[in-house]
Design a protein around this ligand. Sequence first.
Ligand code: MLT
Ligand code: ZN
Length: 453
Amino acid sequence: VENDAVTVIPELLPVLRGIVGESAVLSVDDVTAGYLRDWTGRFGAPSGVVVRPRSVDEVAQVLHSCAAAGVAVIPQGGNTGLVGASVPLAGEVVLSLRRLSDVSVDAVAGQVLAGAGATIGAVQSAARQAGWAYGVDLASRDSCTVGGTIATNAGGLRVLRYGDTRRQVMGVEAVLSDGTVLSHLSPLTRDNTGYSVPALLAGSEGTLAVITRARMRLVAPPVPSAVAVLGFGAVDDAARSAGLVRRTDGLSAVELFLPAGVELVRSVVDLPALPPAAAYLLIERDGDADGLASAVADLPGVVDAAVADDAAGRASLWSYRERHTESIATLGPVVKLDVTLPLDRAADYLDAVDAVVTGVAPGGKVWLFGHLADGNVHTNVTGVPEPDVHAVEDAVLRLVADLGGSIASEHGIGVAKREWLPLNRSAAEIDTFRRLKSALDPAGILSPATLLP
Ligand code: MLT
Ligand code: ZN
């Protein structure tokens, strides 16, 4: 999805430069490239304008000027999004929040106040230094940002224990498209004084307001843990076990991957082969290797288990799962379909999806992995010629909806899936979304091609 070279109306450029300074407006192609194309390689524009404000005040002025000029804006954090929502498609100005990157921890309250552009890695390390931890963790931790992870309600590797990003956010400062600054960053943990703006903005994907700062709750630092990779003789047993294992206390992750994914990762990363199996689950739990081994001993269909409780061993087992995304990316543009299944239909999905894809794109290769304790299966398809992409998306998302699942688990709807939102949301719900959008963004300049069909 790419438009021809587009130019923002020339009169706006000096106005933007007057607000943020000459060097904070980027418009030369080789400087802007990293802001204009996304991680999937599928979405973006060949040229465009990037504005890099340093303060909420500058963000407000930029939005006010763009609204007055009728120019659309794409708020952007680390540009690690996978659904086309973080890059321009039709002449939108990219509003990069990366310079708003301050982080401060209140060690007594167990909270962090962070600028929208702070990376999740920076938040995690500030929390760690103060004796706390941040509950959200994901492979892109050193690039993805506070604002982007709130806007997408990012999930990641520890949702099972701490919940998604929405659950961490206590307050936000955000700017409406007319330049109005909304700020409620109170440290109070009990505060029922009306509508929850953080809850509304979490998952709004840049369509309602631009998040500039946030206050998040921290969690107790994790105790030493053990990691197991279990091989299963049948996919069905792996899916059942992802549910059953949740009866065990102290779990922090239950992740799925398949033998084809292991071989692909091993072609990119130097890792030993795993014993043959139909599917693998990575399970992480507080305590030592023996405790984890006995906790998983009764799971059905386990044919092999590797367990580690030392840092190097744990990291090496995590690599089989965590290095999937980058390994798949070496195969060219990827159709990313991040979906949730009810756990009792997950095996049906895992069995059916290959044939559904090759039925519409015979050369397509499906890679399946994800956060299976929550039913989340990252469905990545490579080798699909551009004319067949739509048919692949349509076939997979309809299969998901038929099985009672969600077409967007943790990456959002973005540009990529908005056409299929009615598979999961009623006409009344979508109409209410539109009313919220026009109340908060009457000029319709914020991420106009995202989320709403
Ligand atoms: C992951 O869990 O690794 C991410 O959500 C990224 C992906 O789906 O590629
Ligand atoms: Zn994920």
